[in-house]
Design a protein around this ligand. Structure first.
Ligand code: GUN
Ligand code: ZN
Length: 445
């Protein structure tokens, strides 16, 4: 066991109602192994209340520091690290001119391995300890990322990108040896082999990953949905309703579905543990479909602002009541830093010309990138699943150590904070990787 004395930030349990951050100025966080040997939070609270209960446990005193849950990035593309900051006239030209050419390079296992090493290090450097991420349509790219995440004990979910039409030929899933299996069949076989190899190994999870409906045939979507039914604890990830041209394309390809989102439902791809990136251009029937199926949205504000895709409608989501969390969506997104993403979410929510504008509270923004995102993934301790994104007892001990004096402006501004909301907002607005002094990952013993 080990204990940390510092200021502590965490969240009240979801069962206790609306989002509520908890803060202890002089706190003690005690971590130690659970019955399975995984490092989890044993206790959290005021130092004066807890210190006497753990005699003999080594205490690291982090003066002036804040310990907070590790961040959860609900949607990011590891093969797009080099694509950050590539300008285009919207999503579809951006995919064609920058993203697809870069993703082709991941056919090479060595290219994948060095990109995976950088990606995992960059996430950890930014305080992200759990992520749901895209790879490419090459199985080698999936193996490379899982291998690197395993080496770092990081909780990471990824899967083979399913894409059997409407992309450059060498980026499409490939058919098997001449005449045996077509690309859809082969991609599903490869996905299943990757599930067997990686899903549930330590902290790794698999996600069935149709890129988006326009680059998948009906046969591929149908097969993906059937696999999702056979593996209910595997995740699903895709994109939906991001951009007007994309929506028109999806509607033309799948006219029998009620909406773009409904296309996924028609192929069995909406259920708990299904995470859809963007979810911007929805009507209330789409929102109800998200709610009723238990699917969740990965809100990607820096990406949506950079690509000019639109503004996620928080009021609409909350009125109907579906789950969501925050995501960087690198490389459409412009930063790995959760602080930049939370600030982007504030801008997107505030926008009031195309939908109702809301001023999201800093506690809510922070929750969306930690406990809220973990809940959207089903990693909140319910139904026997592990819990991340929070520091309640039993949660896996993934956390960040923040230095609120990391820059002169942060030091000046955080010193003026009169309450928790002011402190959190100062860090959301002014923070970046410099605020993350250390990232601690739960280890199995
Ligand atoms: N839709 C399909 N593929 C992508 C992608 O790589 N990034 C984004 N932002 N949207 C997509
Ligand atoms: Zn994406």
């Amino acid at each position: 066991m080990k204990a940390y004395r510092a200021s502590l930030l965490w969240f009240a349990p979801h069962s206790e109602g609306p989002v509520r951050a908890l803060f202890e100025e002089d706190g003690l966080l005690v971590v130690g192994p659970n019955a399975a040997g995984v490092q989890v939070v044993q206790a959290i609270g005021a130092w004066r209340d807890l210190a006497g209960q753990y005699p003999g446990v080594a205490v690291e005193h982090l003066r002036g520091r804040i310990i907070a849950p590790g961040f959860v990035d609900l949607h990011v593309h590891y093969p797009q690290t080099n694509v950050i900051g590539s300008p285009a006239d919207g999503l579809l030209p951006w995919l064609e001119n920058y993203t697809f050419p870069e993703e082709k390079r991941f056919a090479d296992p060595e290219y994948s391995a060095q990109a995976a090493t950088f990606f995992v290090a960059e996430l950890l450097r930014n305080g992200v300890t759990t992520t749901l991420t895209f790879a490419t349509s090459h199985p080698e790219s999936v193996d490379a990322l899982f291998t690197q995440a395993q080496a770092q004990s990081m909780r990471l979910i990824t899967g083979l990108c399913l894409m059997d039409r409407h992309a450059p030929p060498d980026l499409l899933n490939q058919a098997s040896a001449p005449g045996r299996l077509d690309a859809a069949e082969q991609s599903l076989l490869e996905s299943e082999a990757l599930i067997q190899r990686w899903h549930g190994q330590g902290r790794l999870g698999y996600a069935i990953t149709p890129r988006f409906a326009p680059t998948c045939t009906e046969a591929q979507l149908r097969g993906a949905g059937e696999m999702a039914a056979r593996y209910p604890d595997v995740w699903i990830q895709s994109h939906v309703a991001e951009n007007k041209d994309e929506i028109a394309w999806a509607r033309a390809l799948f006219p029998q579905s009620r909406s773009y989102l409904a296309t996924y439902d028609d192929f069995g791809l909406m259920r708990k543990r299904a995470i859809y990136a963007h979810c911007i251009h929805f009507d209330d029937d789409d929102r109800a479909l998200m709610r009723d199926t238990g699917a969740a949205a990965a809100i990607s504000p820096t990406s949506n602002l950079f690509l000019g895709s639109g503004f996620f409608d928080y009021a609409g989501a909350d009125r109907v009541g579906f789950q969501y969390g925050l995501a960087s969506d690198v490389g459409g997104g412009t930063s790995f830093s959760p602080f930049h993403t939370m600030l982007g979410a504030y801008y997107v929510a505030r926008e009031g010309q195309t939908k109702q504008g809301l001023s999201l509270s800093p506690q809510h923004l922070w929750w969306q990138h930690t406990a809220g995102a973990a809940r959207a993934l089903g990693l909140d301790g319910s139904s026997g699943a592990p819990a991340v994104g929070n520091l309640l007892p039993g949660c896996e001990a993934d956390f960040v150590v923040l230095n609120p004096k990391a820059t002169p402006l942060l030091a000046r501004k955080t010193a003026l904070a009169a309450n928790l909301d002011e402190l959190l907002f100062s860090m959301i607005v002014l923070g970046d990787d410099r605020l993350i002094e250390r990232t601690v990952i739960s280890q199995a013993i």
